[in-house]
Design a protein around this ligand. Structure first.
Ligand SMILES: [Zn+2]
Length: 262
């Protein structure tokens, strides 16, 4: 680490020591969230420290009339660090700002077709992530996160991990020892299977929105991996194992379970 790297790490640790968050506030922020409750006590402590570091490093900006309380900031940060709990916060160094709207927001996009005509589109979003930021979230959807396998915070932040390699294409940078060909093959197999299940009206292990494109497939897989791992592991065990290897966490392992797990 360079001298300046050491200096800023030292400064962050000093600032971290000055942040005192009561048990009551942590419990208000994360106490009802199943994913948090599933972690063993030492992992919960790690998650809490990383959430505070995230709040020191990034800007959380409330848009419109929204007021962000401390509990709201801690809930967002606590959910945000779950994907990088075993990877490290540096995996988020590509973006600096999180913008939070009170409800779904209208996104405007323009795109150019093959004839050079630019189309303007508006659509309602619960979240959005851009290469090099910002990440945009709707508070209403943050509140709805943690139910039915849905988590807009994990979803959007997994997009930023995906974008670290060749843009948003569903292929994040894999760790040494992971086999990119096996990843591609098994993801493709699951994608095809999900398409078949959706067509036949069968039950789906992940939300159908995953079929939008490969980037959405990875983001939906990621939120489901943490929020509702069992049906995902049962439907596509190989995909589940790739996610275990990538996130370096296994949500189905008893060792991950906290004492207060339901
Ligand atoms: Zn998405």
């Amino acid at each position: 680490m360079s001298l300046f790297g050491k200096l800023s790490a030292w400064r962050e640790s000093r600032r971290l020591e000055q942040l005192e968050v009561s048990e009551a506030l942590w419990s208000e922020a994360l106490g009802d969230w199943g994913v948090y409750r599933r972690y063993a006590p030492q992992s919960q402590e790690k998650l809490r420290e990383m959430a505070l570091r995230l709040l020191l490093r990034k800007h959380l900006v409330a848009a419109g009339d929204l007021h962000l309380s401390d509990a709201m900031r801690l809930r967002i940060a606590g959910m945000a660090v779950v994907p990088v709990l075993e990877l490290g916060l540096d995996w988020y160094d590509g973006w600096q700002t999180l913008i939070i709207y009170d409800g779904p927001f209208v996104a405007e996009h323009s795109w150019e077709d093959e004839y050079g005509i630019v189309h303007e589109e508006t659509s309602e979003r619960s979240g959005e992530a851009w290469y090099r930021g910002p990440v945009i979230l709707s508070w209403e959807d943050v509140l709805a996160s943690g139910l039915d396998g849905f988590n807009v915070v994990i979803h959007e932040l997994s997009h930023t991990l995906d974008m670290r390699r060749e843009g948003a294409n569903g292929a994040p940078p894999l760790h040494a020892g992971m086999d990119p060909a096996a990843w591609k093959r098994d993801m493709q197999g699951a994608w095809d299977d999900l398409g078949r299940r959706a067509e036949s009206g069968a039950s789906l292990p992940v939300d159908e929105y995953a079929l939008e494109d490969p980037a959405e497939f990875f983001a939906v897989l990621s939120e489901t991996f943490f929020e509702a791992p069992r049906p995902l592991a049962a439907a596509w065990p190989a995909v589940y194992q790739h996610l275990v290897a990538f996130y370096r966490q296994d949500p189905l392992m008893p060792a991950e379970r906290g004492v207060s797990a339901p």
